[in-house]
Design a protein around this ligand. Structure first.
Ligand SMILES: Cc1cc2nc3c(=O)[nH]c(=O)nc-3n(C[C@H](O)[C@H](O)[C@H](O)COP(=O)(O)OP(=O)(O)OC[C@H]3O[C@@H](n4cnc5c(N)ncnc54)[C@H](O)[C@@H]3O)c2cc1C
Length: 280
């Protein structure tokens, strides 16, 4: 199925026939269209500047387009989620960590469409990408960022400084070559990097924000926010509507680490370390 993969040294291989992959942009647009069809109004380019509370209960948000009152506020602000929650009085346990992948030149010898593959021994994963290989690496030390220092406009920020991403690829290449012998000759014209929010235990943050009735969080996706999106969305909708979710959300409690400072360097290091272990 995967002609570029050398299986000689593998002791065990798992194949999940129902696994797949999805274009995240198309998926997001499909959610947006489905929501709009049910009457949801999406306000782009509108920043939440404050979470409003009265009598110890969240009652709405202040935004760059005015005040909105509501019964539930859901903090799903990605890399900015802990910043927003800290403004509202509860710093969430997560930090922005750089995720990145490389894409080879297309080559028919890669075999075209094939399953997603995770390679725990070498901390890497791959999937086909229009005749090329998309190769992601979970390096030992991922870059992490202080959410307070991120610009409001994500387009004005790059999580990659200089050429350090080539060092990550070069460092991992020897190990990966055992499974992908062609890596030495492969060319990588495309590199994609962005921020994901990670938690120290690699689990999402989902549920009511402690001590703030009406304030919910759906974040800390640990680099899996696309694959988990439908489940997280359904669960947080249940919570907002006062229904019992179909899954046990206790492992994802925002207060499971006790009080944290999400901007502290040591804490951010723990979050970055959980990315290193992701493919394991
Ligand atoms: C290179 C890379 C590869 C990845 N690969 C995968 C993968 O293979 N599978 C997978 O499942 N996931 C993957 N992820 C992770 C996935 O992209 C994230 O988990 C997911 O995008 C998180 O979605 P989100 O909606 O929580 O946050 P985001 O997508 O970050 O969205 C948060 C939004 O909130 C907005 N916002 C922030 N603050 C405010 C405010 N105060 N007011 C208004 N709006 C605000 C932001 O502008 C942003 O639009 C990858 C991420 C990267 C960077």
């Amino acid at each position: 199925m995967i002609p570029w993969l050398d299986l000689a040294s593998a002791r065990k291989i798992g194949f999940l026939p129902t696994d797949g992959y999805v274009d995240p942009y198309l998926l997001s647009m499909a959610y947006a269209r489905a929501a709009a069809a049910r009457g949801v109004k999406i306000r782009q380019n509108t920043g939440v500047t404050d979470v409003l509370a009265e009598h110890d209960r969240v009652i709405g948000v202040e935004t760059t387009a005015g005040r909105f009152e509501c019964e539930s506020v859901i903090d799903a602000a990605g890399a900015w989620a802990a910043l927003l929650s800290a403004q509202a009085g509860y710093p969430l346990p997560m930090a922005p960590v750089r995720s990145h992948y490389w894409i080879t030149k297309p080559d028919p010898s890669y075999g075209g469409d094939h399953p997603v593959i995770t390679m725990p021994d070498v901390g890497a994963y791959a999937r086909p990408d229009v005749g090329a290989i998309l190769l992601g690496i979970h390096e030992k030390y991922s870059a992490t960022f202080d959410a307070r220092e991120l610009p409001d406009d994500p387009a004005a920020f790059s999580p990659t400084v200089g050429e350090d991403h080539w060092d990550c690829l070069a460092e991992a290449a020897n190990g990966i070559a055992r499974l992908f012998p062609g890596i030495a000759k492969a060319q990588f014209p495309n590199y994609v990097a962005g921020l994901s929010t990670y938690t120290p235990d690699g689990k999402i943050v989902l549920g009511p924000v402690p001590g703030q009735p009406g304030f919910l969080v759906a974040s800390g996706c640990c680099g899996s926010g696309i694959v988990l999106s439908a489940g997280i969305g359904g669960t947080v909708a249940d919570l907002a509507l006062g229904r019992t979710p179909s899954i046990d959300i206790s492992p994802f409690r925002p207060d499971r680490f006790g009080p944290v400072d999400p901007f502290n360097g040591e804490f951010r290091g723990l979050c970055a370390a959980s990315r290193a272990n992701k493919s394991k």
